[in-house]
Design a protein. Structure first.
Length: 278
């Protein structure tokens, strides 16, 4: 009897110990849990943006299954590479990687973007020959003569390029001769490519290969670069090769074309050499 009476007296205490003071049983309402946050996503036109371009970024906030376009707080981790204004307009400043961050209602989202040097325009300037090599028939033709490709001589070079992401295509001029160009921009911003030209003269055809062609854009100029020119004639012996250093290329004002006249058919290989330096 004593045991039963003792248990009956302790029952309310045991219930409190087991359920806790805040428990209201299975019929009580929900009580006090943290509501789940929404999710934020960033949408951009591309993950590769050319220097100087402006691209709109947008943010979508989803909560309770309902997405809505919002205006978050925008920022980038490297303003020297790209900046973004309060409306989400990103301005690409210089070649490099940048992380864009959006913050809204206590949540955030990030997106990585690569800013790539833009070579898609008209360029014109000069180069200087740093080395010349002539063998066999090209030596007989005077490839490295002082009035042609002797080291120290300067000549004109021009570029008319288009660019899609990292791929660059277009036309390259060496003096009066031109040919198609294909190249790629590396993540560090350097453009590497090659150009192939062909010139017919009375005695045959001369093939001209410019490769590798390497330049780096800085701002609105290409201040430096290098390339190698190799000339061969099918059926002839030997070759002519010269190395060149770019002395500087400037953007041609918008709307102006690189003026080049179609050269007359030369009579001999030496005349083709001189066309490259015109």
């Amino acid at each position: 009897m004593v045991t039963r009476r003792l248990l009956a007296a302790l029952s309310p205490v045991l219930v409190l110990l087991l359920l806790g003071p805040g428990c209201k049983g299975s019929s009580g309402g929900g009580g006090g849990g943290v509501q789940p946050s929404g999710t934020l996503t960033i949408t951009a036109p591309s993950d590769v943006i050319k220097c100087g371009a402006c691209q709109p970024f947008t943010a979508t906030y989803t909560k309770g299954g309902t997405p809505q376009t919002v205006t978050p707080t925008w920022s980038t981790d490297n303003p020297a590479v790209a900046t973004i204004d309060p409306s989400g307009q990103l301005t690409a400043v210089s070649n490099g990687d940048v992380t864009v961050t959006a913050r809204y209602e206590g949540v955030s989202a990030i997106k990585s973007v690569h800013i790539v040097n833009d070579y898609g325009t008209l360029w014109a300037g000069n180069y200087v020959i740093t080395r010349c090599e002539e063998t066999q028939d090209f030596k007989d033709a005077g490839f490295c003569d002082e009035d042609v490709f002797e080291p120290g001589q300067t000549a004109e070079v021009a570029l008319d390029f288009q660019q899609e992401r990292y791929a660059v295509t277009g036309t390259m001029w060496l003096g009066a001769l031109n040919g198609s160009f294909t190249g790629t921009v590396a993540t560090a911003g350097e453009l590497t490519g090659e150009s192939k030209m062909t010139m017919t003269f009375e005695g045959g055809v001369m093939d001209i290969l410019v490769a590798p062609f390497r330049v780096v854009r800085q701002g609105d100029r290409i201040p430096e670069g290098s390339f190698t020119v190799t000339m061969t004639i099918p059926g002839a012996h030997g070759h002519g090769v010269y190395d060149a250093r770019v002395m500087g290329l400037d953007k041609v004002p918008s709307g102006r074309a690189v003026a080049r006249q179609t050269p007359r058919m030369p009579h001999r290989p030496h005349d083709v050499f001189r066309l490259v330096r015109r």
